[in-house]
Design a protein around this ligand. Structure first.
Ligand SMILES: Nc1ncnc2c1ncn2[C@@H]1O[C@H](COP(=O)(O)OP(=O)(O)OP(=O)(O)O)[C@@H](O)[C@H]1O
Length: 303
């Protein structure tokens, strides 16, 4: 962690996702502006439209000068901003306003957006690794298999929020057919059937499932967390381990630690991948590349 003087952040951009988390944000701009003005900061706003946000935000940052960019949304919004500010001097701030807010939980950022606003003047800067999965940016978690399928269904539906996710997962579980994966890392080759596999730079899903306990976001490594197909009777025990930071203790789990990987699905030319909350069909093999120390993030001064 590198302590940074709070006086450096004067001009702040808030990237606001109007639909994230199904949360009413009608008064958000006013309260952020008032909070910043009171502390001698200026607040500007960029509203995402879900269409061409990456290019538009890049253009906006090219034309305007800021000292930090805050993502006011869920993991998808955080990932969008993280991608745009990665490999620049600009730090990412997070106001958790999504359904799950996984990365902000991993970083110890207050889950109450009003409290998280304190990061505008009281913070440390942490430098994190990021990944590219099949060429796409990932700051948090990516996966193939069951969760990717649920995220795709969720994304296609009209209803947001954790309740919709659980409903879809329950509907899809009985008919789900796990695939075979081949994973080559610089350390080993693994091939087998997996219920799901998670490419994890971080630890915790927005749902509070701790898929990759005790790993660091800044160690130059990532983990591939495998869950084998399991009988229905094993589901409660497995879920318990996933919620209690005990991933490795299950008979159905395994983690590979690496700094690069190639993942293929024998017999398939494409695979569904969930990356930071968004579903993509990617050609196989999927290359996973690590970019050490490529993202500066504002975290509480005392974590
Ligand atoms: N104005 C908009 N209208 C519709 N969709 C939008 C708009 N702005 C962004 N989006 C979409 O919102 C999604 C990102 O949402 P985000 O991940 O931030 O929130 P969430 O899904 O509610 O929360 P979480 O990821 O924490 O569960 C992206 O798919 C993006 O395309």
């Amino acid at each position: 962690m590198l302590p940074t003087s709070p006086a450096q952040l004067r001009r702040l951009l808030f990237v606001l996702n109007p639909v994230s988390g199904d949360i009413d944000k009608s008064e958000l701009e006013g309260s952020i502006t008032a909070y910043c003005t009171e502390r001698g900061r200026t607040a500007a706003f960029f509203h995402t439209d879900g269409e061409d946000d990456l290019a538009q935000l890049r253009m906006h940052l090219h034309e305007h000068t800021y000292d930090a960019v805050f993502a006011a949304g869920g993991d998808g919004t955080v990932s969008l901003v993280a991608e745009v500010v990665s490999n620049t001097h600009l730090p990412l701030g997070i106001l958790p306003l999504g359904s799950g807010n996984g990365l902000s939980k991993d970083l110890g950022i207050p889950q109450d957006p009003a409290e998280a606003l304190r990061l505008t003047w009281d913070y440390q800067v942490r430098t994190l690794d990021t990944l590219r999965v099949g060429g796409r940016f990932s700051a948090h978690l990516a996966d193939m298999g069951f969760n990717a399928l649920i995220v795709e269904r969720f994304d296609a539906g009209d209803v947001r929020g954790p309740g919709a996710y659980v409903r879809i997962a329950t509907q899809e579980y009985a008919a789900y057919q796990p695939a075979t994966y081949r994973i080559e890392t610089e350390q080993e080759t693994w091939e087998g059937v997996a219920f799901m596999l998670t490419i994890a730079n971080a630890n915790t899903f927005g749902s509070n499932v701790i898929i990759n306990p005790d790993s660091q976001l800044d160690d130059g490594k990532f983990e591939i967390c495998l869950i084998a197909p399991f009988p229905n009777t094993a589901a409660p025990g497995l879920l318990y381990r996933l919620y209690t930071s005990d991933f490795d203790a299950s008979d159905y789990t395994r983690r590979l630690c690496c700094s690069q990987a190639r993942i293929s699905v024998p017999g398939a030319t494409q695979v569904l991948v969930q990356i930071d909350g968004e579903p993509y069909q990617l050609p196989t093999p999927v290359e996973v590349e690590m970019y050490p120390a490529s993202l500066r993030v504002l975290v509480p001064a005392t974590v």
